[in-house]
Design a binder for this molecule. Structure first.
Ligand code: 5GP
Length: 212
């Protein structure tokens, strides 16, 4: 067995940030560049924004449907964010992890706390910060998909969200998007190499010591 194919255990890569810090751009690039990384598609009770697709961006559900999934323990984590409910469906995530594939989560600090409580060793969390308040404001207004009222509420929320940075394993200041993407890739690469995730390491070492 060559060392390059040692079986490993999948990890949960969590990205959190205040809205507008560039998290979705980073997530999209990662999914394009990394073969063994899959996005966890959340469900939400908020209505779709223009251009969003069912099953690609979110599963859009009613509050009753959401509540039923909570009651049936079908969600790995769930939280109220702004005035809507969000949650991570359990089944697909568990399937990927068991197959030794990594799962990317775009969730808030509440969801990250819950994942950490239920699967501490498997969770790698990264908080993305905008380079400045002014830049955050510019990005939030520039997106042009939400009303002014929604934007100003999000700006107020951003400061609350950002207070949670110390709970994360890594913090990236998203000054330059390409550098931020490469930094997340570097984190992923190093975390994949941790010995506790490389299930086949013991057997591999045995095999190369055989004749020693
Ligand atoms: P948006 O409505 O702008 O897509 O997302 C709002 C916030 O909800 C973002 O910070 C996003 O990371 C968070 N979010 C999206 N899906 C989930 C989820 O399944 N669980 C939790 N806890 N937060 C989520």
């Amino acid at each position: 067995m060559p060392g390059s194919v040692i079986q490993r255990r999948g990890l949960m890569l969590v990205l959190s940030s205040p809205s507008g810090a560039g998290k979705s751009t980073i997530a999209r690039a990662l999914l394009e560049r990394e073969d063994e990384l899959y996005l966890s598609i959340s469900l939400t009770t908020r209505p779709p924004r223009p251009g969003e697709e069912e099953g690609r961006d979110y599963f859009f559900v009613t509050e009753d449907e959401y509540q039923k999934k909570v009651n049936d323990n079908e969600l790995l984590e769930h939280a109220r964010v702004f005035n809507n409910y969000y949650g991570t469906p359990r089944t697909l995530v568990e399937r990927h992890l068991t197959a030794g594939e990594d799962v990317l989560f775009d969730i808030d600090w509440q969801g990250t706390q819950q994942l950490r409580e239920s699967a501490r060793d498997d969770v790698i969390s990264i908080f993305i910060l905008p380079p400045s308040y002014e830049e955050l404001e510019k990005r939030l207004t520039g997106r042009g998909q939400d009303s002014e009222d929604v934007v100003s509420k999000r700006m107020a929320k951003a400061s609350d969200e950002m207070s949670h940075w110390p709970e994360y394993d890594y913090v990236i200041v998203n000054d330059e998007i390409e550098e931020s993407i490469q930094n997340v890739q570097a984190i992923l690469k190093a975390e994949r190499l941790r010995k506790m995730r490389r299930l086949g390491l013991g057997d591999f070492v045995k095999s190369i010591r055989r004749k020693g």
